[in-house]
Design a protein around this ligand. Structure first.
Ligand code: OAK
Length: 821
């Protein structure tokens, strides 16, 4: 299992040669960006033999593959991670030092591959890392967006979105594979021909427009095992004129339209998290990468197999939420129209191939496409979905005779809409949630009818994260300390961390552990100083909430509590208050007005507090601009407190919570998503839990009885904070600025129910939990123990465990091993 020996001299020689070949420069003349490129090509060279060897081995063994189909892969930077997984990080670092280069500066040149929004996209990236590390044959299938997640600038406290031109300097790790290009067809109409000989109808799409899907491959390096899997993301190119069929030749307008289609389709990632916008272009994106990926999976299978009816023995499609669900119908289309299977044969293959993961219960995230749009864009695919629906409805009626309610609630096509979740559940062989609580809510609330009809399909796969990126790379000091104490097996076997438990009462170990935390806080403080111009004290408590900005995640609860603390300190200057730095990082969807206003509120509160000398630096508020994977690695390493304060029942799992825990930050949170399991692992006494339970929230939602105005009227501290939203305290130039937020909490006119996310209901118990944090932090030894226990008990939350469960319980893949030559 050991990787090829690294040759330092050879590596340096190659870096220099690359600078010459790429830029006609000597090392001394090259920019850091150019050196980054040169180093990356040298690292790619280390990868390429393994990549070839892996694919050869797979070819020979003919294993089953999982195709992880996802609109998003939030990969972050590749260079550091590839060096880590090749186990050449320290060697490269030394080699670069020898020629006067700083590896951190070089790594910092790389733009994040931000082809995702948040949790779902980052999970996909962690899964690819674990699949390669565990030795399972896998493809990530996605889109090569020209522009990824926008870059966030903060101007005058407001979020400004700047295009993310991540490919502008070229991408050293990608490989264009034109030999695997596929044609994808949109629009037109379906012509049916009856063939008397076979007695079958044949369906042909005509008058369509098409684009050429061209794949780019990214190596996914397994940790220290010679395995390199592939992330295959598709670019769109115009079908050149000479390829138009004779009927269309010379049709200039069509040629131009096709060119526009190709240009638009992969232009940009939709920046919505947990929200569906229903845009036509988005459906085009979905079908574009799915059609190309399914065609490729079938072509690959047919290379060495004759019987397409056994396709599912060699391939399984995991649908990352409903976004890739059109795969169900595309697979049916190919099997029926191109492979000539009967409906029943095609259905058997499809329903043994596709599996679906649900990542949210937020109603506004449910994908429903108007049938007019769907049938116009994908006429043949729509016909197939109609037939799937017809048969599914017949099944419902057979099971529940006369119960039209069931049909109304479960049909795939209803009320003029195609419901993608219903399609995924009806067609898939597995439906999973991403944390125990979430799966229970799916089974007994959101997807109750489906669970009752087909309970065997439902299962849970609690999310996980890769320790290679979020500890070994992101927190090298702690990683080394852990290795010194328990060896390095934790890198591929995270539950080994429990061996750290013997050290949690050892004063020396405690001191070392907290000293590492301190150094990581110094590193982050420097970053904040450089990027925000704010000085923060690394001795203060770093209380961190980083994640997408969404009302259900309740950044508003956090900042309202900061306003409350500020009032307290102002009222009682002599009060004993442990200095705190509240750190936020969050992007809001570009069109999400209230989320953007919340960012402005956070920055406005920060301005007032950070500039009030009278509070003597007891409180600081920092909003880190452009929160993304690369700076997240540093943020988790430096956190003392992990804010996971979503309204119970709303956060499907959370994965940031796991990254904090791994890095020794106790959770301050609600009993929501995977927080429940975190508490199960570390013990309630090593977390700060508050707020309504999921059952209580659901009960209010279903039966009413929640009246935030009563809380407002009876709790003077809360009243005061809310009044400060509309009296100009934080908006002297425009006291009405935050009226919308105030109204959302109290005014039933402005929304269906005031305080949709139960912020006032949970405020007191949140403030109490925060008080407990402060008390606990004052006890140095006690805190060190708690922090260490969080790391020691985080073993469950590795994505290696999650992937092994997907393999054992859903995909049934065989482990591969690859030897280097
Ligand atoms: C994004 C778009 C549509 C639907 C869901 C999402 C999404 O990112 N959901 C998140 O998925 C994560 C991975 O499973 C979970 O940890 C988060 O709780 C969930 O919000």
């Amino acid at each position: 299992m050991t990787a090829k020996k690294f040759n330092k001299k050879e590596f340096i020689r190659e870096v220099k040669a690359n600078v010459k070949a790429l830029y006609r420069k000597n090392l001394e003349e090259a920019t850091q960006q150019q050196i980054f490129q040169a180093v990356s090509y040298a690292v790619k060279d280390e990868i390429i033999e393994n990549w070839l060897a892996t694919q050869e081995q797979y070819e020979k063994d003919d294993p089953k593959y999982v195709y992880y189909m996802s609109m998003e892969f939030l990969m972050g930077r590749a260079l550091g991670n590839n060096m880590i997984n090749l186990t050449i990080y320290d060697e490269v670092k030394e080699a670069l030092e020898e020629i006067g280069l700083d590896i951190n500066v070089i790594e910092d040149q790389e733009p994040d591959a931000a082809l995702g929004n948040g949790g779902l996209g980052r999970l996909a990236a962690c899964f690819l890392d674990s699949l390669a590390t565990l030795g399972y044959p896998a493809y990530g299938c996605g889109i090569r967006y020209r522009y990824g997640m926008f870059k966030q600038k903060i101007e005058d406290g407001y979020q400004v979105e700047v295009p993310d031109n991540w490919l502008k300097d070229g991408n050293p790790f990608e490989l264009r594979r034109p030999e695997y290009a596929k044609e994808v067809k949109f629009g037109g109409y379906v012509r049916v021909e009856y063939d008397e000989k076979t007695g079958r109808n044949y369906y042909k799409q005509e008058g369509y427009q098409s684009v050429r899907a061209v794949p780019y491959d990214f190596p996914i390096v397994g940790y220290n095992n010679n395995i390199v899997n592939t992330l295959r993301i598709w670019d769109a190119e115009a079908i050149s004129e000479f390829q138009l069929d004779s009927f269309d030749k010379g049709d200039y307008r069509k040629a131009v339209e096709q060119e526009n289609l190709a240009r638009n389709i992969v232009e940009v990632l939709y920046p919505n998290d947990n929200h569906y916008a229903g845009k036509e272009l988005r459906l085009k994106q979905q079908y574009f990468f799915i059609s190309a990926s399914v065609q490729e999976a079938i072509a690959k299978y047919k290379k060495n197999h004759d019987d397409i009816r056994k396709f599912y023995e060699k391939a399984t499609f995991q649908l990352n939420d409903t976004h890739p669900t059109v795969a169900v119908a595309e697979l049916m289309r190919i099997l029926l129209d191109e492979e000539g299977l009967t409906w029943d044969e095609a259905w058997e293959v499809t329903s043994k191939t596709c599996a679906y993961t649900n990542h949210t219960i937020m109603a506004e995230a449910l994908e429903k496409w108007p049938i007019e749009l769907f049938s116009r864009l994908l006429p043949r695919v729509y016909q197939i979905i109609e037939e799937i629906n017809r048969r599914f409805v017949a099944q419902i009626e057979a099971k529940y005779p006369g119960d039209f309610e069931k049909v109304r609630k479960m049909a795939i096509i209803f009320d003029g809409q195609v419901k993608m979740a219903h399609l995924a559940i009806a067609a898939g062989y597995s439906v999973n949630g991403v944390a125990q609580l979430h799966t229970e809510i799916l089974k007994h609330q959101e997807l109750k009818d489906f669970y009752e009809m087909m309970p065997e399909k439902f299962n849970n796969k609690t999310n996980g994260i890769t320790q290679r990126r979020f500890l070994l790379h992101g927190n090298p000091l702690l990683a080394s300390w852990i290795t010194e104490h328990i060896g390095d097996e934790w890198i591929t076997d995270l539950p080994q961390l429990s061996k750290l438990k013997v050290y949690v009462d050892d004063p020396k170990a405690q001191q070392e552990f907290m000293n590492i935390k301190y150094q990581n806080k110094v590193r982050l403080a420097k970053y904040i100083q450089e990027h925000n111009g704010i000085e923060v004290d690394p001795r203060s408590i770093f209380d961190v909430q980083v994640k997408r900005l969404h009302e259900y995640k309740r950044q508003l609860l956090n900042i309202l509590h900061v306003m409350y603390l500020y009032n307290q300190i102002k009222d009682h200057p002599e009060m004993d208050f442990y200095p705190r730095t509240f750190i936020f990082g969050a992007k809001a969807a570009a069109g999400y007005r209230r989320a953007k206003l919340t960012i402005k509120l956070i920055n406005s509160v920060a301005d007032v507090i950070n500039n009030d000398a009278s509070i003597k630096n007891k409180l600081k508020v920092v909003f880190i601009e452009d929160y993304r994977v690369s700076n997240a690695e540093w943020i988790f390493a430096a956190a003392d407190v992990s804010e996971q304060i979503s309204t119970a029942s709303k956060e499907a799992s959370g994965t940031g919570n796991m990254k904090f825990m791994l890095n020794g930050a106790p959770t301050l949170g609600t009993m929501d998503g995977a927080n429940v399991e975190i508490v199960e692992e570390v013990g309630k006494e090593n977390a700060f839990i508050f707020g309504l339970t999921a059952d209580e929230v659901i009960n209010y939602e279903q039966n009413g009885g929640y009246h935030p105005e009563n809380i407002f009227n009876s709790d003077q501290d809360i009243r005061r904070v809310l009044m400060q939203l509309i009296n100009g305290e934080y908006a002297p130039d425009d006291p009405e600025r935050f009226r919308e937020i105030y109204d959302s909490l109290l005014n039933t006119k402005s929304s269906d129910r005031a305080d949709t996310y139960f912020i006032l209901a949970d405020f007191r118990s949140y403030a109490d939990a925060q008080k407990r944090v402060e008390e606990a932090y004052r006890d140095e030894a006690g805190w060190a123990k708690m922090a260490m226990l969080n790391t020691a008990c985080s073993g469950k939350f590795t994505s290696d465990r999650t992937i092994q469960q997907y393999v054992d319980e859903i995909w049934h893949l065989q482990k591969e091993t690859v030897k280097v030559k």
